[in-house]
Design a protein around this ligand. Structure first.
Ligand SMILES: *Cc1c(COP(=O)(O)O)cnc(C)c1O
Length: 337
């Protein structure tokens, strides 16, 4: 993999990660979709990362990154500033490994997210009125208190951890020809593409994002990392930029991702609804994009496919409203199916 500094990031690291995370993240089931085959005319399998102990795949990357820290780093502890699944993952893995985890969050982050992280054993430090101010505090703790920052996607150990999903998929179903992957910062798709293509070069890796704030897609089109406006979306776990100084995931996506598909909010709504009512699975918007893309006819399959159902941590009121077919309001935007 010349493109990604092959010595620093290669499939061997994903294989090693699999053993490192085994006590923390679970090997998730790959189950047949109950409803997509009628649309796709091909078998479709669902990789249920919703069943991880924190309800999302991010535990794989965090567990691997933390397990690779040295003794001094472990003793001083780790810090991150994610409001979402990465914050939960770091808190959970740190507690398991006997480390202290601090999650820096702004005063705007709702109380439910704070208590979720605290319940997993993380220490929440509330500072400022924005994510940027929280990041400034995290940077200070790195500088002055010697904590190690654990980034949500742009780190080789995080990427290798997420790549373990591909090893499990191809072990269960070596005949999979396409993997549909929710795409935000690109740690998930980068790790999956790296591992899957090393084992099966002919496999197709398709990234799926929402139209409202698809930072990786905009960067790929421009040829370098660019910023996009962050907007409210049902797929909130796919929000945020890729970092203007991106080191790993932009190149991985540029070199290994075959196609990127963008979705409307109403398509994501329908994906969540079908997951709930027909697959009988609770999935957050970010995790419903594979269903949404296939149902909208935006990805054509010519063989068996796997969808990464990446997480389940949507607000329950949102899931229930979508199940009942009611419109959902997101920062002034009304979404329905
Ligand atoms: C973080 C996340 C993603 C996207 O992962 P990236 O590595 O940022 O591309 C997808 N789904 C869920 C549920 C997530 O938490």
């Amino acid at each position: 993999m010349a493109c990604t500094g092959g010595r620093e990031l290669h499939v061997g690291m994903v294989q090693v990660a699999r053993a490192a995370i085994a006590g923390m993240a679970v090997k998730t089931p790959l189950i047949a979709s109950r409803c997509l085959e009628g649309t796709t005319k091909q078998p479709v399998f669902l990789k249920l990362e919703t069943l991880q102990p924190i309800g999302a795949f991010k535990l794989r990357g965090a567990a691997n990154a933390l397990s690779l820290l040295g003794g001094d780093e472990r003793a001083r502890g780790v810090v991150c500033c994610s409001t979402g699944n990465h914050g939960r993952a770091v808190a959970f893995a740190a507690r398991r490994l006997g480390m202290r985890a601090t999650v820096c969050l702004s005063h705007l982050v709702p109380e439910v997210k704070i208590s979720a992280i605290e319940a997993l054993g993380g220490t929440v430090r509330r500072v400022g009125q924005s994510q940027d101010e929280a990041q400034v505090e995290a940077d200070r703790m790195v500088r002055e208190e010697g904590l190690t920052d654990i980034p949500p996607f742009d780190h080789p150990h995080v990427i290798a951890g997420q790549g373990t999903i591909a090893l499990e998929i191809l072990e269960d179903r070596p005949d999979i020809e396409t993997i549909l992957v929710p795409l935000s910062g690109g740690g998930l798709i980068g790790g999956i593409a790296l591992a899957a293509k090393a084992l099966k070069p002919s496999i197709r890796i398709i990234g799926i994002s929402m139209k409202r704030g698809a930072a990786m897609q905009a960067s790929l089109m421009t040829g370098r990392p660019v910023e996009v406006e962050e907007l409210p979306t049902l797929a909130d776990s796919l929000g945020g930029g890729i970092g203007l100084r991106n080191r790993w995931t932009f190149d991985l996506c540029r070199n290994l991702v075959d196609d990127v598909v963008l979705l409307d909010e109403s398509e994501i709504y329908r994906g969540m609804r079908v997951l709930l009512l027909e697959e009988r699975l609770v999935a957050e918007g970010a995790a419903a994009v594979g269903h949404a893309a296939l149902l909208a006819g935006k990805v054509k399959l010519d063989g068996p496919a796997a969808i990464i159902v990446s997480g389940q941590n949507a607000p329950m009121e949102q899931v229930l409203a979508i199940g009942r077919g009611e419109p959902v309001t997101l920062g002034g935007l009304e979404v329905k199916g």
